[in-house]
Write a protein that binds this ligand. Structure first.
Ligand SMILES: O=c1ccn([C@@H]2O[C@H](COP(=O)(O)OP(=O)(O)O[C@H]3O[C@H](CO)[C@@H](O)[C@H](O)[C@H]3O)[C@@H](O)[C@H]2O)c(=O)[nH]1
Ligand SMILES: [Mn+2]
Length: 702
């Protein structure tokens, strides 16, 4: 067994899927050096032509104040308000899908703090422009330098802002008598029973604010910062949600924002960031315009995507969260084939293309807000916005289909980008040396797996959908890009090959049946070639992208875990979804963690903590390999046949040994650790028993 040509071919093809070898090169060639493309373009749109610059609307999305703390959201908002760009051409919209009072009041306080913060950023040309990140980045000698006085003032303002937000609003909301709240909702007079802040709270909580509230109005000449310069427009939006109207998650929020902003500022360019992704580079808008306003090729470009970088990645990235190879290699490759995927946060779009302009159609001139809106009062605009963000507005319209972001897919971004590219539009990937955006990567194993389940499920759904890169995009985008999309869309079905390699070779090893060619067989050469080439290439790629050797090893573990659990569940859910048995959900990634969890993350100790079915699968598979390997080793030692077993079964022994070694953190979590981040004991017992049962069952069966 094992010497047949057919078997070798089958296992080689399975093996190349296992190693991710087959399609991977398509994501990594066609390298174009984007930074060199910007250089010559900067000139014409620098300070001389400020008047020609387009309006830019920035959408920040948040959905849950408990896992996306308002203070973090507000730091992101402030960072994008302080872009190095004419402030009157900048409008910032915060979409709050949680409809949270706390987020609203934090934004209200932020609108006051912005009056100090923006002039400070401009005066000292500071980076980054998220106040919290900036204060964190200061070194003692910077604090002593000549900005000491201003720094002291701005720090005081910031703590005042935080105190106002935490003490005043939080306390007021907490102590608001529940009767008052219900009276307030009914619009009854409650003033007698409340204190000063609570009255203000009640006044602000008119039913209207729940939908849309213009906190800073860029059209108003009196809306200035402390240095007397215009402030950007700042809008809070909580679209209406009702139980029987499906809200389409982030795609729904984005579409509401597109409509509302079209009536308020109607910026020609739209930037979207997630609430944790603050701007780390105040020049990003100008950089982007170098592509979009390029006289030769700019008209064909629909969007400019920046990489998603994270502030909290540790040295050896235990969860592979930095997306290092995707950011530094694969997306550059896709750029050479017509442009990268749209991956949500950190992407600049042309408004009209998002709103349905087809490739080849003339671009309509920007309708400036001054033309149509000058006479409209804030109240009128808020009323209009409320209607546009109501849950029934989209009924019987093309929103979510031909217009705006597409609905029905947990990765609304990728499917929307694919449909844009399939029309003929190009996109650009721009990865500047100073990172443009920094966010918060998941810092526990369950969070990482849940996020990847959503991504792989969404991508697989696209493959099976009307917009499949395999057929819909055929001949519409380049073959290289098509295959590039397919590498991501095939993540979920990839689990099948992985499961095969995790289960079958070790069970057969136990029974003494070789599945691969013996060491002496020439058929071993192609196997060895695939494995050695793939892993040498992967290590080189990882190191070249700035990673460490241990980081690469950790990446291999998380690669395996994602495939054996997240992708498996995504695969099953997608099939069930296709058969009409389940709906895909959008589980939001937590952006905060408890102190002890964060500490373990800093120390790169794997965090399990909860009992998840995904962990059961991982634990059973790991234990099964451990049982099989120890079974074989013990047997060989007893029978004194170690050399012979190694000779005939070397590839299987190697595979099993690697799997056991890579699972060491999991074994520690199961049996050795005592902290809160270990695997729950019940799960340890359950999986140990289940693995033992499978092991015994197989032994008896054969
Ligand atoms: O009903 C919802 C659900 C989510 N969000 C927001 O969407 C963003 C992304 O959610 P997150 O949980 O952080 O998901 P990630 O997987 O980290 O996000 C990546 O993947 C998503 C698609 O799965 C894209 O939408 C994101 O832009 C991209 O950063 C966050 O700002 C959320 O507040 C909403 O506004 N409404
Ligand atoms: Mn996120």
């Amino acid at each position: 067994m094992g010497d047949g040509f057919g078997l070798v071919c089958l296992e080689l093809s399975c093996g190349s899927v296992f190693t991710g070898f087959s399609l991977k090169p398509f994501g990594g060639t066609g390298f174009i050096d984007a930074p060199s493309r910007t250089g010559s373009l900067r000139g014409p749109y620098s300070t001389m032509h400020e008047k020609k610059l387009p309006g830019v609307d920035i959408f920040v999305c948040t959905a849950d104040p408990t896992i996306e703390p308002p203070i973090m959201v507000i730091n992101t908002v402030l960072s994008v308000m302080a872009y190095d760009y004419p402030q009157h051409k900048l409008s910032v919209y915060l979409s709050d899908d949680g409809g949270s009072d706390l987020t609203f009041f934090a934004l209200l306080e932020a609108s006051k703090f912005a009056k100090h913060w923006i002039p400070y950023c401009k005066k000292f040309d500071v980076e980054p422009r998220s106040p919290a990140a900036y204060f964190r980045s200061l070194t003692p000698d910077q604090e002593d330098a000549n900005l000491a006085k201003d720094l002291a003032i701005i720090k005081a303002c910031f703590s005042h802002f935080k105190i106002n937000y935490t003490r005043t609003w939080r306390t007021a909301l907490k102590t608001l008598p529940s009767s008052a709240e219900s009276q307030m909702k009914k619009g009854q007079n409650i003033k007698d029973s409340l204190n000063g802040t609570q009255i203000l709270l009640a006044v602000t909580m008119t039913p209207l604010f729940k939908y849309a509230s213009i906190l800073l109005d860029g059209r108003d000449p009196k809306s200035t910062d402390v240095a007397g310069c215009t402030l950007p427009t700042l809008v809070y939006l909580a679209r209406e949600k009702r139980p029987h109207h499906f809200h389409n998650f982030k795609a729904g929020a984005m579409n509401a924002l597109i409509r509302v902003s079209s009536k308020i500022s109607n910026g020609q360019i739209i930037l979207n960031v997630d609430c944790d992704m603050y701007s780390n580079n105040s020049k990003s808008i100008r950089d982007t315009l170098c592509f979009l306003l390029d006289e030769e090729k700019g008209d064909d470009i629909a969007y400019v995507q920046f990489p998603q970088n994270f502030e909290n990645v540790t040295k050896n990235e235990i969860y592979g969260a930095s997306l290092r190879v995707i950011n530094e290699v694969e997306f550059h490759g896709l750029d050479g084939y017509g442009g990268p995927l749209y991956i949500g946060s950190g992407c600049f779009h042309r408004r009209d293309i998002l709103s349905g302009r087809k490739f080849g159609e003339e671009c309509k001139k920007e309708e400036r807000r001054e033309d149509g809106n000058k006479l409209k009062s804030i109240f009128e605009l808020e009323e209009t916005s409320k209607a546009l963000a109501s849950c029934t507005y989209e009924e019987n319209t093309q929103w979510g289909n031909e217009i705006g972001l597409k609905y029905g897919c947990p990765v609304e971004d990728v499917v929307t980008g694919l449909s844009i590219q399939s029309q003929g539009w190009k996109s650009v990937y721009f990865n500047p040396a100073r990172k443009a955006f920094l966010g918060v990567a998941p810092n526990t194993l369950p969070q990482t797996l849940v996020q990847h389940k959503r991504w792989s499920e969404g991508d697989f759904q696209i493959l099976l959908s009307k917009y499949s890169p395999a057929w819909y995009a055929y001949k519409k985008i380049s073959l290289g890009l098509q295959l590039g999309y397919c590498t991501y869309c095939l993540w979920a079905p990839n689990c099948l090959a992985i499961l095969y390699y995790l289960i079958v070779p070790s069970l057969y090893l136990l029974k003494g049946i070789p599945l691969f060619p013996q060491i002496s067989s020439p058929w071993l050469v192609p196997f060895a070639y695939v494995i050695i080439a793939k892993y040498t290439y992967s290590l080189a790629e990882f190191l070249w992208s700035g990673g460490s050797v241990l980081g690469w090893w950790n990446e291999q573990r998380i690669w395996l875990y994602k495939r054996a659990s997240a992708y498996l569940f995504a695969f099953i859910d997608t099939i069930l979804n296709k058969l009409g048995f389940s709906n895909s959900a959008f589980i939001i990634t937590a952006k905060v963690a408890d102190e002890d969890v964060s500490q373990r993350y800093e120390k790169e100790i794997m965090e399990f903590g909860t009992s998840s079915p995904m962990f059961t699968v991982l634990a059973v598979l790991a234990l099964l390999n451990l049982y099989c390997l120890s079974g074989v080793v013990m047997d060989a030692v007893v029978k004194k046949s170690v050399a012979q077993v190694c000779w005939t079964m070397f590839p299987q022994i190697l595979l099993s040994a690697v799997l056991v070694t890579i699972n060491l953190p999991l074994f520690q979590g199961l049996f050795l650790r005592k902290d809160k981040g270990k695997m729950p004991s019940s799960l340890a017992v359950k999986s140990a028993a289940f693995a033992l049962f499978s092991f015994t069952f197989f032994t008896i069966l054969h």
